[in-house]
Write a protein that binds this ligand. Structure first.
Ligand code: MG
Length: 161
């Protein structure tokens, strides 16, 4: 019998001029990008925390603390890869992953397909197991006007027994 577990990930980064707009492992054409110790890829950070959480492992910030000078400018594709390796080593496979990107910075819709492909490739899974969508903030709250990007990711993992 297959055992299933869900995991939830959340991340939030400020958007600032002069930063590359890297989200979901791809660079979007936009004048602002996420600020962070790493490349600031809030999408991959939320995905990493979702898969780690489902597997009951330490979270991204514990595994790769932002106080570690070696992590300066880190490529989040490598961080996610390292997290996913830990999850796979525990025998888990991915059922499906769903991601919501809330921002009034870059438009997400034109890049959904590329983000899906990017995330699926990083996890070594079929694109049909990954969904990505953008939401505007209706001009409300702290993220209004493109000041930041918030991401939620939920994942289902499966394992034999
Ligand atoms: Mg982050």
């Amino acid at each position: 019998m297959n055992r299933t577990r869900v995991g939830l990930g959340f991340d939030l980064h400020r958007l600032a001029e002069g930063r590359p707009c890297i989200l979901g492992g791809i660079e979007l054409p936009h004048p602002t990008g996420p600020v962070g110790h790493s490349d600031g890829d809030a999408v991959l950070h939320a995905v990493a925390d979702a898969v780690l959480g489902a597997a009951g492992l330490d979270d991204l910030g514990t595994l790769f603390p932002d106080t570690d000078p070696d992590g300066e400018g880190a490529d989040s594709r490598q961080l996610l890869g390292a997290c996913w390796e830990r999850v796979v080593a525990e025998g888990w496979t991915l059922g499906n992953l769903d991601v919501v990107i809330a921002t009034e910075g870059p438009r997400i819709a034109p890049h959904r397909a590329a983000m899906r492909a990017s995330i699926a490739s990083l996890l070594g899974i079929d694109e049909t197991c990954v969904n990505v969508k953008g939401k505007s903030l209706e001009g409300l709250g702290a993220l209004a006007g493109g000041t930041g990007v918030a991401v939620q990711a939920i994942v289902l993992l499966e394992r034999a027994s």
